[in-house]
Design a protein around this ligand. Structure first.
Ligand code: SF4
Length: 341
């Protein structure tokens, strides 16, 4: 075992956070936590994890749930494709493996919703198999400590880091090693202000002198697209109009008010005519920006007076209670909060 592995695992034993998914060998719970924690902070993900475990105590419970129930429980976490994949994978585990996660890395990888990272996490944490996990924290720690400047988002980079992590992982304690590097990256060798001054591996780290700022190296910049959504809050006799986003786009299968998407921030009379509306019928209530991984959504919410209801025949009518039972995206829930719906 290398000094790095010994130092990092010692550090972990003394400094690790006590988190519920670290106290279990239940592959289903471990998988749930991994999916919830992708792109989510631990403090934010914790309540979601506890609610999912409570509502769906086994993978079979989750597989048998309605997709809407799963999306509703996921509401607020974002990246909703994760929730839909979670549900699909649960069904696959029930159909192909009788409701038990397979105890082999290859079989875990054969599940459609499980990629190399999650397969390695379940294999090592639940079944103590020597597969190294490489997430954002691991890329950061390894690139800094081993001084690697290969872009982590390149095919070559991904391979190089995976090989390095696989070569470090001790067969006798794969889970401990994986947890240690991830936790060290999350708490100590952090993106912006790593604590290099008092770092336990400082003497052998080539990045402690300030070079940490340029590591890990990322190649391509993802283009971010601006989109402009105009939402209409239409209420008549205690009912509201909504639709399900059952088409291929962001927030698939979540609910929202009738809306028009425009090329720029302006909403013209011509565009409003689609719903038989005129500008003077609209009172703007909220303008908000929501940033997704590749898109910046600029949203405006308008309260509509005297709408012609026959222009909205294709929409679903719900009362306030019904609206709260539906899975909605962050912009909708924010509007519902501020408008007292
Ligand atoms: S010395 Fe700094 S950059 Fe190197 S591992 Fe420690 S915290 Fe990270």
């Amino acid at each position: 075992m290398t000094d790095f592995v010994l130092q990092i695992t010692d550090w972990y034993r003394q400094n690790a956070r006590d988190l519920p998914w670290r106290r279990t060998k239940n592959a289903y719970f471990i998988w749930l936590s991994e999916v919830i924690l992708q792109q989510t902070r631990v403090d934010q993900g914790m309540n979601y994890y506890l609610r999912f475990v409570d509502e769906f105590p086994t993978v079979t419970h989750l597989a048998n749930a309605d997709e809407e129930q799963v999306l509703k429980l996921w509401q607020g976490l974002g990246y909703y494709s994760r929730a839909r994949n979670l549900h699909k994978t649960a069904k696959e585990v029930v159909e192909r493996f009788n409701g038990e996660f397979p105890a082999s890395h290859a079989e875990l990888l054969s599940l459609k919703g499980i990629g190399p990272y999650t397969a390695a996490a379940i294999a090592s944490f639940a079944f103590d198999l020597p597969h190294a996990v490489v997430d954002g924290n691991v890329y950061r720690v390894l690139s800094r400590y081993f001084g690697i400047d290969t872009p982590i988002d390149s095919t070559g980079g991904k391979k190089e880091f995976q090989l390095l992590a696989d070569s470090l992982i001790p067969a006798a304690m794969p889970a401990l090693f994986n947890q240690s590097v991830m936790e060290f990256g999350a708490l100590y060798c952090t993106p912006a202000n790593p604590n290099c001054e008092s770092c336990i591996v400082r003497s052998s780290c080539p990045s402690g002198n300030g070079l940490y700022r340029s590591r890990p190296v990322k190649g391509k910049k993802t283009a971010v697209r601006d989109r402009y959504f105009h939402y209409f809050h239409i209420e008549e006799n205690g009912t509201l109009l909504v639709r399900k986003r059952d088409f291929k786009d962001v927030w698939h299968n979540l609910y929202e008010f009738p809306m028009i998407e425009t090329e720029g921030p302006e909403l013209t009379e011509e565009q409003l005519a689609v719903f038989g509306l005129k500008t003077e019928q609209l009172i703007e209530q909220l303008s908000a920006k929501h940033v997704l991984s590749h898109q910046r959504i600029h949203a405006a919410f308008y309260r509509v007076s005297k709408p012609k209801m026959d222009a909205f025949e294709q929409f679903i009518k719900v009362d306030n209670e019904g609206l709260h039972k539906l899975p909605v995206h962050r912009l909708m829930s924010r509007y519902m909060e501020i408008s007292g719906l």
